[in-house]
Design a protein around this ligand. Structure first.
Ligand code: UDP
Ligand code: MG
Length: 164
């Protein structure tokens, strides 16, 4: 059965530096996802390790180090979003990890184009604008990592109050 879930989105340093915050947040609001947490943060090395705790295991030290440098280049904006099957729906909206393969209409497909081959050749991280939790378990871990209980909100949107 479809469930209401909460999922973490990060607008990564390239998205913030490019001034895309408003447009990217708008996409999630337009889709009817509810913002239940919001903050800006400059990640440090320890926090990056906690957020990407299995990245080195999955891709090796080179990718981890490049990604950690990328994520600490500037502040990020963290959003906790709520909606029906929010984890899968938000992943669908951001597109696949490598922008060169991300479908047009997705955030990564519309606002970036870098390929995995280029990133590997240059030793750069894939600057792909956004992070979103990859599974329901990851979402639960990331929600509590990024937002204290009192930073996670409950309220009714107008649609919930008048439409559903
Ligand atoms: N990443 C990278 N090169 C790779 C794999 C990952 O630069 O070969 C970076 C990229 O920014 C990616 C992040 O590490 O978004 C996390 O990787 P993951 O596989 O979890 O992708 P995501 O869940 O972000 O789509
Ligand atoms: Mg991931």
């Amino acid at each position: 059965m479809a469930a209401t879930e909460r999922t973490l989105v990060l607008l990564k340093p390239d998205a913030v530096a490019r001034g895309l915050t408003g447009r990217l947040v708008q996409r999630f609001e337009d889709a009817g996802l509810k913002i239940v947490g919001l903050k800006m943060k400059h990640m440090d090395a320890d926090f990056t390790r906690k957020h990407y705790f299995d990245l080195e295991e999955r891709f090796g030290k080179g990718v981890y180090d490049a990604t950690a440098t990328y994520m600490q280049q500037g502040p990020v904006i963290a959003l906790l979003l709520e909606g029906v099957d929010a984890v899968a729906n938000v992943r669908r909206m951001i597109g696949t990890t490598f922008p060169a393969q991300a479908a047009p209409g997705t955030i990564r497909g519309d606002f970036a184009h870098m390929s995995k081959t280029y990133a590997e050749g240059t030793g750069k991280a894939i600057a792909n604008l956004v992070h979103a939790s990859g599974s329901v378990d990851e979402a639960k871990y990331e929600a509590q990592l990024w937002f204290a209980d009192e930073e996670q909100f409950d309220y009714q949107t107008l649609a919930e109050r008048y439409v559903f």
